[in-house]
Design a protein around this ligand. Sequence first.
Ligand SMILES: [Zn+2]
Length: 305
Amino acid sequence: MTKFRRLYELLLESGMVKAEDVYQPVPAKRSWLELAHSPQYVQGVCNRSLDEASIRRIGLPMDEKVVGRSLAAVGGTVLTSRLALDFGIACNAAGGSHHAFSDHGSGYCVFNDAAVAARVLLNEGRVRRVFILDLDVHQGDGTAEILSGDPGAFTFSMHCAENFPKAKQTSDRDVALPAGTGDDDYLSVLKAELTELLPAYSPDLVIYNAGVDLHRHDRLGKLALSDEGIAARERAVLSLCRASAVPVACVVGGGYDMDAEVIARRHMILHREARLFADRNRLGRAGAVTSGIFPTVPGGPSASG
Ligand SMILES: [Zn+2]
């Protein structure tokens, strides 16, 4: 979990993000959470009254800190989505809890920040169609379940076939890649998919899960992308979305290494490419790279899948 705080520190230390570029979210409100989760589950988390089996499935101790982080991460993705609508691109420094289902959490995910953010903005009438672009190495199973049949959301997951979760859900579009897929094959499939899907759905907002657990050195992922392959992925996503002027709200997603420094630096690729893209395309400075961090909580916001 320390990766989130380290990512935030590195973004400032590197000069990539100025202090005035950082926005601080409010913790997610219950009314937001209940747009994507059952009231019983929301209450169980917030009151810390989930049963042992439910806590085991999440895989995190449900203490005050984890609950606080989970609420902050969802608040961050809601804020990031709003800022993306204002500025074109915004990046959370956390988020991507895509294994959280409507009535339970799993795989280190408590609340599904992307599904909540999509529903909040749809509910407010700020957008009519949200495209969830999930490129974490694991399938966005919780997101697929929550948003299934919702005409206001399109769920796209491109993941490794052999990774968790074993029982996959059905997204609006799933692309399951074989283990060992490297940069060139990955990028050509991604570009072909987005070139077809984005104009067909014509979203008002893309919420992008930029998980880096598809890196060849990731502890859990089974794909084989390089640092440069991930950077090329971010450039492809940003340029394909922005070519049609679609706002992009980015969340960091999964990434696993015993050394938090290594993984925080890997997540920085997203923010670096967003910064460069925004500067090249003269997007508003303030919204180019922002952050859903919650600095008052040591260790940063909640884990993501
Ligand atoms: Zn993952």
